[in-house]
Design a protein around this ligand. Structure first.
Ligand SMILES: *Cc1c(COP(=O)(O)O)cnc(C)c1O
Length: 216
């Protein structure tokens, strides 16, 4: 039970207030069930169709996090069950999520994805756009922007990673002071979660360190 061991080891290293999202993208149900049987319930996927297929065939008490880019025309597929959408980066997408929140009679929790490195992702808003999108979201009843998500540059240079995480943390703390419901900072992956936790992360997204390397 390598997956169970990986999970226990990770959990022993991270503080209790940090939520561990087990990133199961590309991995088969069998491996997700290994983590499930070890007591884990929070999983992250980055493709809508893959998440939907897994949602339909796996236990219903799993909390599914959408960590990838979300196309507006696909929001409807995950709106009934998604636990947290990490990659919100436009007003149009917020409007669409809100629309499907209304249809499903639920408030859909989301994070604003911030582009803190210029190379890793072409997605995400710049730091100076956060307030504008957050304030807009307050006019929508069926979406709740709970915090921020970011990815650091793909580098071994910890000082670069540290300064990128620090930039999102400063913004996060500003808004958290104004609104205590804005309380999730999703930063940190297999290679940089320790640096992220040192910068105030309370949600880490870990794939390869739990499930092994991905081929694709
Ligand atoms: C794949 C992915 C992860 C997990 O990456 P690992 O390096 O395998 O831990 C985290 N966040 C996002 C947005 C991802 O796409």
């Amino acid at each position: 039970m390598i997956i169970a061991d990986n999970l226990y080891e990770l959990k022993s290293q991270i503080p209790n207030h940090v939520t561990l999202v087990a990133v199961s993208k590309t991995k088969p149900n069998r491996l997700i069930m290994n983590a499930y049987d070890a007591g884990h319930r929070v999983f992250g996927e980055n493709k809508i169709q893959e998440m939907l297929t897994k949602y339909n065939s796996l236990p219903k008490d799993i909390k599914w996090h959408m960590i990838g880019h979300v196309q507006r025309n696909k929001v409807k597929y995950i709106a009934p069950f998604v636990s947290l959408i990490h990659g919100v980066d436009s007003i149009k997408l917020m409007n669409e999520i809100n629309k499907h929140g209304i249809k499903n009679n639920r408030v859909i929790k989301c994070l604003l994805q911030v582009n803190i490195s210029n190379e890793v992702s072409k997605f995400g808003i710049s730091l100076n756009k956060i307030e504008e999108l957050f304030n807009y979201s307050l006019s929508l009843q069926n979406i709740s922007i709970k915090g921020l998500m970011g990815m650091a540059s793909y580098t071994n240079d910890k000082s670069i990673i540290n300064s990128e995480f620090n930039s999102i943390k400063v913004k996060f703390n500003e808004l958290n002071k104004i609104d205590s419901n804005f309380n999730i900072l999703s930063i940190g992956m297999s290679g940089d979660y320790k640096v992220a936790i040192n910068n105030g992360s309370n949600m880490i997204r870990i794939g390869s360190k739990i499930f092994g390397e991905r081929k694709i």
